[in-house]
Design a protein. Structure first.
Lengths: 113, 114
């Protein structure tokens, strides 16, 4: 069965520190991959997406993600975290067969001053 | 820019009341979705639609119903609200083909049933 796993439920980092949020997928073929961010009480905003080509994808708000086929991973990174980055982050995937997005369980990011 | 709207943003209502959560999008997307999300928890797909007059149930069983009479409008109705329906409801839309299934989300409706 297709699945997306975010191993870390909570992560706390200090402001200015680097960040990496993990995402692993289980799909028969290379899926289309997404990272969304959700601020408290808000909907989801797309940070970045990977369809094909360059495995390092740049997104909004200084985020990037790297697709690694050998590890079935699509980890999200940011070199220097700001307090405003505190939010819930969701990884998602689809097989582009007109099927639904499969979401991971989310990772809550907290930023220490 | 993606525009998808949900009203109301917040709703507190008594048990047994009928409620309708509104969702509209101006992007002409064929596909629309409703998700239920408890605070700090994952998203659960409860309904989706491929286009006008198409509605399907999602992965999570829900007592709510939906309709799709117009492309841009996908309301969700609860005939008799109960405290177990207290949750956040997120509406989303996507193109039928292309864009790899990227979904655009509304701001959500936070429902509290007392």
């Amino acid at each position: 069965a297709q699945s997306v796993t975010q191993p870390d439920i909570h992560i706390t980092v200090s402001e200015g520190a680097s960040l990496e949020l993990r995402c692993n997928y289980s799909y028969g073929a290379t899926p289309y991959l997404f990272w969304y961010v959700q601020s408290p009480g808000q909907g989801l905003q797309l940070l970045l997406k990977y369809f094909s080509g360059d495995t390092l994808v740049q997104g909004i708000k200084g985020f990037e993600a790297e697709f690694k086929r050998s590890q079935s991973s699509f980890n999200l990174r940011k070199p220097s975290v700001h307090w405003s980055d505190a939010a819930e982050y969701f990884c998602a995937a689809t097989d582009n067969a007109g099927n639904m997005l499969t979401f991971g369980g989310g990772t809550r990011l907290m930023v220490k001053p | 820019e993606a525009d998808i709207y949900q009203t109301p943003r917040y709703l507190v209502i008594g048990t047994g009341k009928k409620i309708t959560l509104e969702c509209s999008q101006t992007m002409g997307h064929d596909k629309m979705y409703w998700y239920q999300q408890d605070p700090g928890m994952e998203l659960h797909l409860i309904h989706y639609s491929y286009g006008v007059n198409s509605t399907e149930k999602g992965d999570l069983s829900s007592e709510s119903t939906v309709s799709r009479i117009r492309t841009e409008h996908f309301p969700l109705t609860l005939e008799s609200a109960r405290p177990s329906h207290t949750s956040q409801y997120l509406c989303a839309s996507s193109e039928f083909r292309g864009a790899g299934g990227e979904q655009y989300f509304g701001p959500g409706t936070r429902l509290t049933v007392t």
